[in-house]
Write a protein that binds this ligand. Structure first.
Ligand code: FAD
Length: 319
């Protein structure tokens, strides 16, 4: 119920206008967002890198409906790539296709993605395309396939375990030697396309992990690049200890080396688990978002765990 409420709220422009004006809520969002400026994200990533943890940097933004807004988003992403290179950060970049024009026209989106991928290639970096809600799954996968057919190998996609279709998508996309990020899925989806029950999503997550691991064995993925920017391996994006325990046990049973799988988590969530996996020798990458368009991202984090809201409010009053 509350999940649906926060996701619905995330899409209301008037709510965004009202809520983002609140200094209190902006401060609360900082639990999940590095800051509004790239400098804040750089500091967060330097700290993660020092602990041996990799990053993926996301300039927040989605659902742009004008070419000028899409152009601004592209310019910021190109800048992000430059900053990663200049500062020597062990970080790649995540983006959303609706941020760079998918809702305006797929051709505009492709043109923009191509500029980003060329720049990323020049700077020896990798772009991860986040997955948005199911109204955009086909269009997102189409653009991703197009990029692979254009010869770009420095691009990966995200798949969501809550969608029924994902098992088939992994089998079909596997022929591109894809390096998937597998997450559970953060949006509110109808039962016609996604498992409504969390237990079924969890079960499917484990099933898909085993499928990805079979592909790791079959395809013999390249290992992670020394600077950690180009993963070249499947990424399991979850904070769920049971899913992680299932995956690590399966890696052992299938003799998959620790360097052949990446565990990914979000900035501000389960920090001790990130550190503990890293200390055990697993590759850990943290998703670090920054920028002024934090509203929708923040609402999705509340939707995943509404208790966050009460926890953050009580913390504010303790200070
Ligand atoms: C690196 C990364 C990239 C992602 N990219 C995408 C994407 O492209 N598309 C997409 O749809 N989704 C994406 N997600 C979000 C994902 O789909 C889930 O919504 C989110 O990760 C919560 O699911 P979970 O696997 O952690 O499991 P859950 O069962 O939801 O959570 C397990 C435990 O993690 C902790 N936890 C989880 N969420 C929160 C939270 N918000 N606040 C505090 N604690 C929390 C709690 O301790 C909880 O018990 C991404 C997630 C990660 C980690």
């Amino acid at each position: 119920m509350l999940r649906a409420f926060f996701i619905a709220l995330s899409k209301l422009n008037w709510a965004q206008r009202v809520i983002t004006k609140s200094k209190l809520i902006s401060r609360m969002a900082l639990r999940f967002v590095a800051g509004e400026k790239i400098e804040a994200a750089v500091t967060v990533i330097q700290d993660l890198n020092q602990q041996g943890i990799l990053a993926t940097l996301d300039h927040l933004g989605e659902d742009t409906f004008s070419t000028s807004d899409a152009e601004l988003a592209v310019a910021e992403i190109l800048h992000t790539l430059e900053v990663i290179s200049q500062k020597g950060l062990r970080s790649n970049v995540s983006l959303k296709l609706s941020q760079i024009g998918l809702n305006i026209h797929p051709d505009l989106c492709k043109e923009n993605l191509k500029r980003i991928l060329i720049k990323a290639k020049e700077l020896n970096n990798f772009i991860r395309i986040d997955m948005e809600d199911s109204s955009l799954t086909d269009a997102t996968l189409d653009v991703y396939r197009w990029a692979r057919m254009e010869g770009f190998t420095n691009v990966g996609i995200v798949l969501q375990a809550y969608l029924y279709r994902t098992e088939d998508d992994i089998k079909i996309l596997g022929k591109f030697d894809s390096t998937f990020r597998l997450c559970k899925g953060a949006y509110q989806e109808p039962a016609s396309v996604a498992f409504p029950a969390k237990t079924d999503v969890d079960k499917n997550y484990d099933l898909l992990v085993s499928l990805l691991f079979t592909q790791v064995q079959d395809v013999n993925y390249p290992q992670i690049s020394p600077d950690g920017r180009f993963p070249g391996i499947p990424a399991l994006a979850t904070h769920d200890e049971k899913r992680i325990a299932y995956a690590t046990a399966l890696m052992q049973a299938m003799n998959i080396p620790k360097a052949c799988v990446e565990f990914q988590m979000l900035y501000g969530i389960r920090r001790e688990l990130q550190k503990s996996l890293c200390d055990q020798g697993y590759t850990v990458r943290v998703y670090v978002p920054y920028g002024t368009h934090w509203y929708r991202y923040f609402m999705r984090r509340l939707a995943e765990r509404p208790a966050n809201l009460w926890f953050m409010i009580s913390n504010l009053f303790k200070k």
